[in-house]
Every structure is written in C-alpha cells, then in structure tokens.
Design a protein around this ligand. Structure first.
Ligand code: GDP
Ligand code: MG
Length: 377
C-alpha cells in the first residue's frame, strides 16, 4: 500500500485519539469478548471447523486469538463474498493458503452451487479420516457480518433437499454426546456417518492490532459504522482507491449496458441499493435500476475527473487529502445531495459506502498477499 494512504490512516489515528489497548475508540462492547469462551468450548467438540472470512480481507477478518486453536483442528477456510472480491487477487490468496497446506475455498454464501462445493470438501475431509464415528460435528465460526447466517441458511436448504421428507427436520438435535449436558442444534448434511453443521454460539470479535485493520473491518461491515464514523470510512476508501489509481480506469463507463435487474437475494442485504433512491415504494423496478446505474456512472466519472485533473501526488499525504476533499464535493453533486443539507458529508459518505458495499464500484481486495511465506494467521 502507498505511503499516502498509510499517512492518511496515521492522521486518522491521531484525530481519533486511538491508542493500542485502549483510547477513544471502543471497538467492541465488553460483553462480546465473553462469547469467545463458549466458542472455544464448542470447538473442542467439533470434528471440523469452517472458518468463514471475508474474501476482501482474508487476513484482517480473522480472529488472531483463536488462530492457534483453529490451526490445530481440521479446518476449511471459506473466503466468502467472492462476488465482491477481485478475481485475480483472490486466486493469489487461494494459492497462498494452498502453499501453506491450508484447505481454502472462495464462496458466495447465497449461491447454492458454491456452498455445495464447500460441503463436498467438508464431507470428503471428514469421511476420509473418521468413518467409524456415528456422529460428526462441523462448526461454523467467523467475525460479524462475514456471512455465517447466509451460509448456514444455504446449508439448511441443501440439507433439506438431500434427505427424504421424514428426515427434513427443521433443526435436528444432535446427541446424546459424551460430556454435553444440553442439546446442540444443527443441520444434518450427511448420513453414515451423520454429519451435523452447528451454529456458532455468540459473537467472535475480530482482532484489531492497528487502525487500518479496524478501517478495513468497518468498510466490510464487521465493525459498526457508528464506531468509526461513515466519513472516516469513506475517506479511507477514497485514499485506497486513489493510491491504487482505480478511478483512472473509470474513463469510459456506461453501467446501464452491463446490468440487469438485481436478483431477489439483494433484498436480504443489509446495504440496500434502495437506500440510494429518492424516497419511494419498493421493490426495485427497472427504472430504479437505471437510476442507480446512472448514479454509479456519475460517481465514477466524478472520481475519474478529480483524479485525472489533480496535479499533486497521491503518495503525498497533504496532496492526497486535498484530492479527497475535492472528491467529497464532486461526489455530493454526483449523488445529487443538496448543498444546504447540514448533514451533507455524512450523506455523501453513506451513499458512497452503499455503492461500494453492494459491489457497484467493482470488486476489491484490501489485504495484500504476504510476500514471505509465514504461518497462516
Ligand atoms: N455479496 C454478498 N453478500 C453476502 C454474502 N454472504 C452474505 N452476504 C451478506 O452479508 C451480510 C451479512 O451476512 P450474515 O449472514 O448476516 O453474516 P453473519 O453476521 O456472519 O451471520 C448480509 O447482508 C448478507 O446478505 C456473499 O457471498 N456475497
Ligand atoms: Mg449471523
């Protein structure tokens, strides 16, 4: 990553009075940490763990404290939201994990085919080793918003279509298991041995060793926007885009030609394109889609023009800040946000982030693939 973005991040650090191990930002409420204990206990019982991470941040979306334990288990890393990740870089990441002998798949939790591939790998890895155990447990872990619930829902749908009607239990109860007093609920995905996929109990908090990791996690939704503030997240995104020269690739774009109606699963997303429309009734119709694609084109053009007319260097902290300021103004116009709006900056940030989070600005990966092979963390 460029010097400029590092300094912008550092500056944000100063403004936020962020210190390691404390300071003004309270990333997570204390009660969240307590869940880690429950997760560890459940992990001990599991025969395999599916560790879900965000494909846009394959390292930053891991929980560091849990890594030693996870590394000691039969584990498959699922890099989810591959539809939002840059394909070429994703392949480098897959190669990285492969070269560390770590099973890893990229998936889209909403896509049945891709979840089936994951289940096939899980079954293969389990049956290869343990065919004598009658019951095997698979646990799904991951930091907030990586897509665990979406994945488990897809698994549930696949599971119910696999088995006969009488076995289509909504949620099977696993057990009795040695040392387990209460019943554990899970979805049965295979017979002989029976394989159950369990929910993760409680919230696994991400590790935030530095402010940039925190910003990446905020950008991808694992940390609440309100913790960091939409403006800073948008500023960080602009800093990254500019230092990579991404807006320069947006010279001749007309998104309307490339897009159809969004599919139904879009409704379930937290970041909804409907938020970008003037207040009107759902659902999205084709004129709304045109409206949004038009907005995307205007936003990309605004960033392209500000970047290409800019005389400074994006590697220079002050220059980069000036460019970002200009881009906030250009974005306000592109996003049709009235000048008088007192909350204009925050509205610009929110809409810009929604475009990014729904993939409208294109696929990205923010973590760099490590150059020197080390441990998988
Ligand atoms: N684009 C995309 N969005 C996803 C994917 N998986 C989950 N999501 C969305 O990410 C958000 C968080 O998903 P959720 O399953 O609630 O995450 P959890 O907190 O880990 O349980 C929701 O808006 C999902 O619709 C995916 O593969 N691609
Ligand atoms: Mg969930």
């Amino acid at each position: 990553m460029g010097e400029g973005v590092k300094k912008i991040v550092k500056k944000g650090l100063g403004e936020m009075k962020f210190n390691l191990g404390g300071g003004a930002i309270n990333w997570f409420p204390g009660h969240m940490a307590a869940a880690t204990r429950a997760i560890r206990d459940r992990l001990k019982l599991s025969d395999l763990v599916i560790e879900v991470r965000d494909a846009r941040i394959p390292i930053s979306s891991a929980n560091a404290d849990l890594q030693p334990m996870l590394a000691g288990k039969r584990r498959v890393i699922a890099l989810n939201k591959k539809d939002l990740a840059n394909t070429n870089i994703l392949h480098k990441w897959l190669h990285y994990f492969d070269s560390h002998k770590q099973d890893c798949l990229s998936i889209n939790a909403h896509n049945k085919g891709s979840v089936k591939k994951l289940l096939d790998l899980v079954e293969f890895k389990l049956k290869e080793v343990i065919s004598r155990e009658p019951t095997l447990l698979v646990m799904v872990v991951g930091v907030p918003n990586v897509g665990k619930s979406a994945l488990i829902n897809s698994i549930h749908r696949i599971a119910s279509s696999r088995f006969h009607a009488q076995e289509k239990l909504k949620r099977a109860t696993v057990g009795p298991l040695p040392g387990v007093t209460q019943d554990i609920a899970g979805y049965k995905i295979a017979h002989k041995p029976s394989i159950y996929v369990l929910d993760s109990p409680g919230v696994l908090v991400p590790s935030i060793p530095d402010i940039e990791t925190g910003l990446k996690l905020a950008l991808t939704g694992s940390v609440k926007d309100s913790v960091v503030g939409e403006e800073r997240i948008a500023q960080y995104l602009l800093a990254v885009l500019n230092t990579r020269g991404t807006p320069l690739r947006w010279k001749h774009l007309d998104n309307r030609r490339m897009e159809g109606l969004p599919n139904e699963s879009d409704d379930k997303h937290e970041y909804n394109l409907k938020d970008l429309l003037p207040k009107r009734k759902p659902p999205l119709n084709s004129s709304d889609v045109n409206y949004i694609e038009d907005l995307v084109t205007k936003v990309q053009r605004a960033l392209f023009e500000t970047h290409s007319e800019f005389n400074g260097s994006v590697e220079d902290e002050t220059d980069l800040e000036i460019l970002i300021e200009q881009q906030f103004e250009a974005l306000q116009k592109a996003l049709k946000i009235a000048h008088k709006a007192s909350e204009a900056r925050i509205m610009v940030s929110k809409k810009f982030l929604t475009l990014f989070r729904t993939g409208k600005l294109g696929p990205f990966i923010f973590d760099d693939v490590p150059e020197t092979p080390n441990s998988v963390s």
